[in-house]
Write a protein that binds this ligand. Structure first.
Ligand code: NAX
Ligand code: K
Length: 214
């Protein structure tokens, strides 16, 4: 059986790795994004001619900003769309946005037309999804799903409950998902595969026990 963890376990393991073991959160974020970037560029099913990166205000959005920066510094055509209240952005998100702005990575309005993109990266919500998706977020998720672009999700398709594998209101329908450290238990439910698409698991230095046990 594939090893999988609950959303709460995922948050606890992140916290333990950062606060107790001492790997800085920005190091974990960089490793996560490097894994996701490599999953994307080596995936023949993704056309990276023109990529839009959807960025939420938490650390899932922080991962997305690093993916955007890696694509940009490797000469891919990439734009960022920030979603949500910048005043509530996480510390690591703020740090990564500053780096993206140093490079002048193009930013577009999330309410703009998504029809010109070949790939959309979903960095709206990860393990921090706390309630039903509504309003602006719902509209953006539905618009991304309706676009012709293939979607690559970061950690878990936004809107999908990682424990049940069911959408909370609405959820991204990804062609592929790079999940961080371990699959989330909901992603082992066959009904979630309509949302996750092909799953990649990226090791970023977070282990739930002795590494040799996993
Ligand atoms: N430093 C870390 O702890 C690491 C975190 N990682 C990434 O960080 C993610 C978790 O980040 P966060 O805990 O910041 O959470 P998220 O980025 O998943 O989302 C948090 C934000 O979304 C808001 N939110 C939740 N549900 C909502 C809803 N239905 N409608 C509107 N807003 C809603 C929350 O209030 C919060 O502002 C992981 O999925 C992973 O992608 C990775 O970078 C690995 C290391
Ligand atoms: K996501």
């Amino acid at each position: 059986m594939r090893p999988a963890i609950t959303v709460a376990e995922s948050r606890d393991l992140d916290k333990k790795t950062i606060e107790e073991i001492g790997i800085p959160s920005l190091v974990l974020m960089e490793r996560a994004a490097l894994g996701i970037y490599h999953d994307m560029i080596n995936n023949p099913d993704l056309d990276l001619t023109k990529t839009l990166v959807l960025v939420g205000s938490g650390n899932n959005g922080g991962d997305a900003l690093v993916v955007a920066r890696l694509l940009y510094t490797h000469d891919y055509d990439v734009s960022i769309a920030l979603v949500g209240d910048p005043d509530h952005a996480s510390e690591d998100h703020v740090a990564q946005l500053k780096v993206c702005r140093y490079y002048d990575i193009p930013e577009v309005d999330a309410n703009s037309d998504f029809s010109g993109y070949t790939t959309i990266v979903d960095g709206l919500f990860g393990s921090g999804l706390a309630r039903e998706v509504e309003g602006e977020y719902k509209d953006i998720i539905d618009k991304a799903n309706a676009a012709k672009a293939s979607i690559h999700a970061i950690d878990i398709p936004s809107g999908l409950n990682g424990d049940t594998g069911k959408p909370l209101g609405t959820a991204i329908k990804a062609a592929s998902t790079s999940t961080i450290a371990y699959e989330k238990v909901g992603m082992t439910e066959p009904e979630s595969w309509d949302y996750t698409g092909k799953i990649f698991v990226d090791d970023i230095g977070i282990y739930r026990g002795n590494k040799s046990e996993n």
